[in-house]
Write a protein that binds this ligand. Structure first.
Ligand code: HH2
Length: 262
């Protein structure tokens, strides 16, 4: 059983757990290189926070934050993904050496992202979110959260294929914490294996998220244990890629889990 780790490189002033720590390009590049040393297979560079209520960032500012970081980390030989919903930001990142576009809106914010990925042969990550970052936690509601996420992702896969993206370059993500209550998040993680029916690599991001704090009252800086527990259980359910801030701890945990699971 193998799982890949995607290390989070947030070049933002306001990300929910590490906002402002790596806003200068040099700091973000050094942080990304450190995460790679610790065992990250992919570095996910983002210039806009998606936490509930975060300020929207214009394309120019998002570009200014991310492009130099992507360029340097790619030049160092790392696999880089760009965490964006904007075509222009994604395009600049692909020009700078990124090979994966991680779009938390699954092409709904900017449908041109599909054609761009098709054209460049980039991997496209399609994530589920109910509502928008501004509104998503107001009153998330589903008949059956797993069915809703699976149907949404199936439809988005079709849309991406229609835009020309090769099916083998599409990854899917249930979007833990994006328009979901605690119970929704727990049920998605419990039944994650059902998303394997869609036949695409499964990316899961639980790192430091609020649902962990809702279980034990911890703050964002103090959720490594919950991150590891949920990540390892996601791995056992068939997750292929885990998006984490704390790479060293996740690398050890997943290595030991892989040794046990065989
Ligand atoms: N979660 C966050 C951001 N991007 N992308 C994918 N594919 N899946 C996720 O679960 C996911 C994501 C939120 O985490 P973070 O980047 O630390 O926070 P912020 O959005 O506040 O920058």
């Amino acid at each position: 059983m193998t799982v890949r780790l995607m290390g989070v490189v947030n070049v933002t002033p306001d990300s929910f757990s590490d906002g402002g720590l790596y806003l200068e390009p040099e700091a973000a590049i050094a942080h990304g290189a450190e995460l790679a040393d610790e065992g990250a297979d992919i570095l996910d560079v983002g210039g806009e926070s998606t936490r509930p209520g975060a300020a929207e960032v214009g394309a120019e500012e998002e570009l200014r934050r991310t492009e130099p970081v992507v360029a340097d980390l790619a030049a160092l030989g790392h696999t880089v993904s760009i965490d964006t919903s904007k075509r222009v930001v994604a395009e600049a990142a692909l020009d700078a050496g990124a090979t994966i576009v991680n779009d938390v809106t699954a092409m709904r914010a900017d449908p041109e992202i599909g054609a761009l990925c098709a054209d460049r042969g980039a991997v496209l990550v399609l994530m589920h979110m109910q509502g928008t970052p501004r509104t998503m936690q107001d009153a998330p509601a589903y008949d059956d959260v797993l069915d809703a996420v699976r149907a949404f992702l199936a439809e988005r896969i079709e849309a991406a294929v229609a835009a020309g993206v090769a099916e083998e370059r599409i990854w899917i993500d249930p979007g833990i914490g994006f328009g979901k209550s605690l119970e929704h998040n727990l049920e998605l993680l419990r039944r994650l294996g059902e998303l394997r029916e869609l036949g695409r690599p499964l990316l899961v991001g639980t790192s430091r998220k609020t649902f962990i704090g809702k279980v034990d009252g911890s703050g964002a800086e103090d959720r490594i244990g919950g991150t590891i527990a949920s990540s390892v259980l996601a791995m056992a359910e068939g997750a292929d890629v885990l998006r984490v801030h704390d790479v060293a701890e996740a690398a050890q945990a997943t290595r030991v889990a892989a040794a046990i699971l065989g």
